[in-house]
Ligand binder design. Structure first.
Ligand code: AMP
Length: 378
């Protein structure tokens, strides 16, 4: 029997990988432009990092993690996201001792046991940035502006930037209570997940995809009436900065991100044309996360964007990424092994001179070699 790849995973063949590399090159260029340095953290971490960091009440931790016990009896988890890992590394490597903030970026595979569908995979790839050690609204605006800049440089159209504030531990409890008061008379009508969320985290009811919950939620109280002066002032400043940089946003009081660590700013960028999985990027501020995973209190803000969804968005507008895969030289030989040896020696010298070179290994006819050279655009 032929073995196939696991459900929800992909093979990226050279032609596709070349496009990925072009996007990655743009991202790395932007990181230099904006002053971010790369961090590479392990693909698996102690399970507790995610249960504490991402949050026990989230779908990710409750249903979607690839968790196993290793041969040493430790519970480890394939990373479902990289913010918790980056924050762990910040604490563990004492990056708080550097001039603050510390600006990091990562790219790589993430793992979530989700129901696979177009745009949603079990192994997918994220690029993300983290600005750790600043509570300033400018950091929020820079993170949002980075993502906005990136999609615009790629020429992706019909972007929608949704902006919200989810408050902080000072103001959120009162809002949570107001939401419970609002949803209580409708508790029986809510979907089973939302009945569960009612106690655990009623804010999540607001972004439930079920039409019934959505409809009921329309009249819910808005967080803007509950934000404490600090959160309200922060939110106003972030909005002002985005306006100053001509970054158009829409306020979405129902946009509550699926990770527990967010405080104050939350944002999402969507491209509606690409179907149900329209979110291309999500992020926000996470001022409580580092303390949650055992560090000294330290603010942070960042985002993660889905690499696969960049290509869905481009495909949906009939665009693609141009890659430079032209071959410089194709060496055609005739005359058996002596000619092969001469061609091989020549190829080695041309490659040393930074030219891209192909040569025929076998016994293809002269005509077939001319054809191959043409096909490769040599
Ligand atoms: P999140 O870490 O959930 O905030 O997601 C950030 C971004 O990663 C989303 O906006 C998507 O573009 C992408 N993403 C999240 N989950 C998946 C998945 N299962 N498959 C593909 N892309 C994903």
């Amino acid at each position: 029997m032929v073995i196939s790849r696991p459900r929800g995973t992909n093979d990226f063949l050279p032609e596709a990988s070349a496009k990925w590399q072009a996007v990655e090159a743009l991202l790395r260029f932007l990181c230099r432009n904006y002053g971010f340095g790369e961090i590479r953290t392990p693909i698996f971490e102690e399970t507790e990092l995610f249960s504490r960091g991402v949050g026990n009440t989230t779908d990710i931790v409750q249903k979607e993690m690839y968790t196993f016990t290793d041969s040493g009896g430790r519970s480890v988890t394939l990373r479902p996201e990289n913010t918790a890992g980056a924050c762990r590394a910040y604490v563990e490597n004492k990056l708080y001792g550097l001039p603050q903030p510390v600006k990091l970026y990562y790219m790589g595979p993430m793992f979530r046991y989700e129901r696979p569908q177009a745009g949603r995979y079990r192994q997918f790839h994220q690029f993300g940035i983290e600005i750790i050690g600043s509570s300033a609204p400018t950091a929020d605006a820079e993170a949002i502006g980075f993502a906005w800049d990136f999609y615009n440089r790629l020429g992706i159209r019909d972007l929608r930037l949704a902006l919200n504030s989810v408050g902080c531990p000072d103001c959120r409890p009162a809002y949570r209570e107001a939401l419970r008061d609002f949803f209580r008379p409708h508790l029986g009508e809510l979907c089973p997940s939302c009945q569960d969320r009612f106690e655990r985290n009623p804010l999540r009811i607001l972004d439930c995809k079920s039409p019934v919950c959505h409809k009921i939620g329309e009249g819910a109280p808005q967080i803007y009436d509950y934000l404490c002066p600090d959160c309200a002032g922060h939110f106003e400043t972030v909005k002002g900065l985005l306006q100053a940089a001509d970054i158009p946003y829409v306020l979405d009081p129902h946009m509550v991100r699926g990770l527990d660590y967010y405080t104050k700013t939350a944002f999402e960028i969507a491209v509606d044309r690409i179907g149900a999985q329209s979110a291309v990027c999500g992020g926000g501020r996470y001022d409580g996360l580092i303390q949650e995973i055992g560090g000294e209190p330290c603010p942070g803000v960042g985002f993660a964007l889905g690499m696969e969804r960049i290509f869905s968005a481009l495909a949906a507008q009939d665009d693609t990424i141009e890659t430079d895969d032209e071959l410089d030289v194709y060496i055609i030989t005739a005359g058996g092994q002596a000619a092969k040896a001469a061609a091989f020696a020549l190829a080695t010298r041309l490659r040393a001179a930074e030219l891209s070179v192909e040569l025929e290994y076998g016994e293809k006819s002269f005509k077939a070699q001319i054809k191959a050279a043409n096909r490769l655009n040599a």
